[in-house]
Ligand binder design. Structure first.
Ligand SMILES: Nc1ncnc2c1ncn2[C@@H]1O[C@H](COP(=O)(O)OP(=O)(O)O)[C@@H](O)[C@H]1O
Ligand SMILES: [Mg+2]
Ligand SMILES: [Zn+2]
Ligand SMILES: [Zn+2]
Length: 298
């Protein structure tokens, strides 16, 4: 990566100064250079610059303006959920002391991350729906890729399981599906504990992923809607009774998570409800009518 300071216009209205934007194609988010980078004085819009290394040799490197093709590929490779493409740490708000702590921890993880160094602790964000856990993890992956060229990957546990199941039905060995998850520098797995007709199998998969990453010395970011034992809040999916994360994933995996991760509580007001109420108030004000009660969340 180029050491030179970023040269893109910090006020660019399209990219906010990041030098890239996400474009959605076939339900996938692809990072593309922002047009403002064409005016980059370092790379003249080529995305690459010659820089001297420590020994004085000139080498071709990616430019810091956002046009660097390698960095764009890393951003596309994150596979961020489409709703979260523009979520950053800068727009995350601390509506509660727990959220303030979670934000600080997320920021620290990004700031202290040294690519290739190993030894970073895994993080487990624990909180009821709508408190911004997916927001935080997406923002962390995005910043790590954009600022430190870190190869990351976002996975929702439930969808990952179905990919793995597909792999098994195509006779993929566990090495073949596990390898890409082991390889990425930072893996985020969202919605752990959500499940699952075949809990034992699902727990085994989770165990395999987190151990293989632990052994490789690479951190994993995890999030769950289920509380740690002793928490003052509860969560139950529709038609289920409330359980703790320990009950969901079993005591063995829970103790492993406990040992490997820093548990971070993310409690606060449900922003999905807040956003929904704001939308209703806006729509109601716009057409002058009153809407009925809001539908139950799915
Ligand atoms: N503290 C926050 N500051 C800013 N936006 C938030 C915050 N918490 C949640 N949101 C927004 O509310 C919505 C739901 O958040 P999400 O990350 O999906 O919550 P969770 O994953 O905890 O269920 C998203 O649009 C997210 O950007
Ligand atoms: Mg979420
Ligand atoms: Zn721009
Ligand atoms: Zn440039």
């Amino acid at each position: 990566m180029a050491d030179a300071a970023a040269v893109q216009d910090p006020k660019c209205a399209l990219c906010g100064g990041e030098g890239f934007t996400f474009q959605v194609k076939d339900h996938r988010a692809l990072a593309a250079p922002c047009s403002c980078t064409l005016a980059c004085t370092l790379c003249a819009g080529s995305g690459r610059v010659f820089l001297k290394d420590e020994r004085g040799y000139e080498a071709l490197r990616g430019c810091s303006c956002g046009r660097d093709p390698r960095r764009l590929a890393l951003l596309s490779g994150l596979r961020l959920p489409l709703k979260f493409l523009d979520r950053t740490l800068a727009i995350y708000r601390a509506y509660s002391p727990a959220q303030a702590r979670a934000l600080l921890r997320a920021r620290r993880f990004v700031d202290e991350f040294v690519p290739g160094a190993g030894g970073q602790r895994a993080l487990l964000f624990c909180g009821p729906p709508g408190t911004g856990k997916t927001h935080l993890m997406s923002a962390m992956l995005r910043e790590l890729a954009a600022q430190k060229s870190v190869r990351g990957r976002y996975e929702e546990f439930f969808l990952l399981l179905s990919d793995i199941r597909d792999g098994f039905s195509k006779n993929l060995s566990s090495r073949e599906w596990l390898e890409p998850l082991r390889e990425v520098q930072v893996l985020a797995i969202d919605e752990i504990g959500k499940g699952g007709k075949n809990r034992e199998w699902e727990q085994g998969i989770l165990d395999e992923i987190i151990s293989v990453r632990y052994n490789a010395g690479r951190p994993t970011l995890l999030a769950t809607n289920y509380p740690r034992p002793g928490a003052t809040w509860k969560f139950a999916a529709e038609g289920e009774v409330g359980e703790t994360l320990e009950q969901r994933v079993g005591p063995r995996i829970f103790s492993r998570l406990h040992e490997m991760c820093d548990l971070i509580d993310v409690t606060g007001p449900d922003q999905r409800e807040v956003q929904h109420d704001a939308r209703q108030a806006r729509d109601g004000a716009a057409d002058g009518s009153l809407r009925g009660p809001r539908p139950a969340r799915g």
